[in-house]
Design a protein around this ligand. Structure first.
Ligand code: DAH
Length: 489
């Protein structure tokens, strides 16, 4: 039996709901959305209301519980542990939930309202105000606000609508790091600068030849936050940042080279080449990227910079100054373990998963970065036989901008390449290796545009029969017509 107090509370709440404009609108919206079929979406046990912004498919939702960065002996987890070991004593945050607000993911970091990253074509919206985080930076402000350590690392799964090829997957993993110094416990700026340089001197030395041709601060290309920092402060912070991250790269590439050598693979005699390039991020200034010359190409390994002081002020720690970085773990894991296709990380086939053993203790709830064992080596992945590829082309006319259906069909500009990618993934899952535009043509008379995509089907685990590949391709052709309103050629 509900008590009288509970009943009177309940009726008071109902009355308040009826009298409040926003609440009434909300109740009408709930009835309406149930009527037209908009439902809640459940992500790893939590329910969220959906709306016209919702674009997160169930295939993405189902990867949320996987948390590859915490799985025992998984190469993504080993990569995380290896990088963490270069930051002894830093606090780790490895279990932060992937659903964040638009404010956390974009506004708190100073992303302008028209930034392309906010588009529905690029980001998975749970609803208008909520997204699956597109980067670990989404947690920076909160962790700064918590103010529990000078240095911290955040590793997590992140989500982006993107192309389909061997190095892109809509779910991947990043590590964020930051180190700040508290001015309030230091007498003056000179002492702060001295303290930071003392900390630089404590960092391990390396013998890497690093190219860094630009000045740490450039008034137009890479400005000092002159309202908040003295040039000497930013320079000391930059020196600490660069040395810390160069040490990560030294470790990763030494391990990768050792692994390749041990596996009898050919390795280059050339010394490792690394370079700093100027960059731009809304939440750092000055900013840089670190690139490494690896197997004939410059590979971008990470982005970083001096944290925007406004971010720290808004996070309630105005007296802290420091640096932050963010890096993708898949790319590093692929080169550390010689993994040729990003889909393999998601494989549950024991022929993949049984190949790796972490040299670090398995402790997913640990909150402190652990040192590396004194000696260990990484074993590269040995491919199990490669199953044949089944390429199929699909050509279609994009819907014309005006349509006889009263403008209800998508317009040409409303079909984004990421929509095509997602549709293919929804139908074929991880049996598709690559999707690429191979031809584009505009009809000279009608002005209509036609596209041709080549879809390469290939399972990592077995041979797809012709019938299976044709079946998948037919479903994709149908879905293109039904969901994107294209006309097949
Ligand atoms: N969040 C950025 C990305 O996903 C990476 C990044 C760049 C993180 C610079 C940082 C940073 O913390 O300072 O591309």
């Amino acid at each position: 039996m509900p008590s009288a107090i509970a009943l009177s509370n309940a009726s008071r709440i109902t009355r308040r709901l009826r009298n409040c404009d926003a609440c009434r609108r909300w109740m009408v919206y709930r009835c309406f959305s149930q009527f037209i079929g908009l439902r809640d979406i459940e992500i790893d046990g939590k329910k969220y209301a959906t709306d016209e912004w919702t674009n997160t498919p169930s295939s993405i939702v189902s990867s949320v519980p996987r948390r590859l960065h915490l799985q025992k002996d998984h190469p993504i987890s080993i990569t995380r542990q290896l990088i963490e070991s270069r930051f002894p004593g830093y606090r780790t945050h490895n279990t932060l939930f992937p659903v964040v607000t638009v404010n956390q993911n974009f506004d708190s970091l100073g992303f302008p309202p028209d930034h392309p990253g906010r588009n529905k074509t690029d980001t998975y919206y749970v609803n208008k105000d909520t997204v699956l985080r597109t980067h670990t930076s989404a947690h920076q402000a909160d962790v700064f606000r918590g103010n529990t350590s000078d240095g911290f690392l955040i590793s997590a799964d992140v989500y982006r609508r993107d192309a389909i090829d061997r190095s892109h997957y809509p779910v991947f993993h990043q590590m964020e790091g930051a180190r700040t110094w508290d001015r309030s416990i230091i007498q003056d700026s000179k002492e702060l600068v001295r303290k930071i340089w003392d900390d630089v001197a404590q960092l391990p030395q390396h013998e890497l030849n690093v190219s860094d041709p630009n000045p740490p601060i450039h008034p137009e290309r890479n400005p000092l936050q002159s309202k908040h920092h003295m040039a000497e402060e930013a320079e000391a912070i930059a020196a600490h940042l660069k040395r810390s991250l160069e040490n990560v790269v030294v470790e990763i590439f030494a391990q990768a080279q050792k692994a390749q050598q041990a596996a009898g693979q050919e390795i280059s005699e050339e010394p490792l080449q690394v370079r700093w390039v100027e960059a731009y991020f809304p939440f750092t200034s000055p900013s840089w990227e670190l690139e490494v010359f690896w197997q004939g190409d410059w590979l971008e390994v990470l982005g970083c910079g001096v944290v925007k002081q406004d971010l720290l002020i808004n996070a309630g720690v105005p007296s802290r100054v420091g640096w932050a970085f963010g890096m993708g773990l898949e790319r590093i894991a692929m080169l550390l373990f010689s993994v040729p296709d990003i889909r393999l990380f998601w494989s549950q086939d024991p022929r993949f998963s049984s190949q790796f053993t972490s040299p670090f203790p398995h402790d997913p709830s640990s909150t402190i970065a652990a040192a590396a064992p004194s000696s260990f080596s990484i074993k590269p992945f040995t491919p199990f036989s490669k199953y044949p590829a089944a390429p199929r082309d699909v050509a279609f006319w994009l819907p014309s901008t005006s349509s006889s259906a009263g403008g209800r069909l998508p317009t040409a500009s409303s079909v984004h390449e990421n929509d095509v990618m997602e549709l293919v993934r929804e139908v074929a899952g991880s049996d598709v290796e690559d999707v690429r535009l191979v031809d584009e043509f505009t009809h000279p008379k009608t002005g209509r545009k036609s596209l041709c995509y080549r879809v390469v089907y290939r399972s990592l685990e077995r041979t797809l029969t012709n019938e299976e590949a044709n079946g998948l391709h037919d479903s994709i052709r149908k879905a293109l017509v039904e969901k994107l309103g294209v006309e097949l050629r």
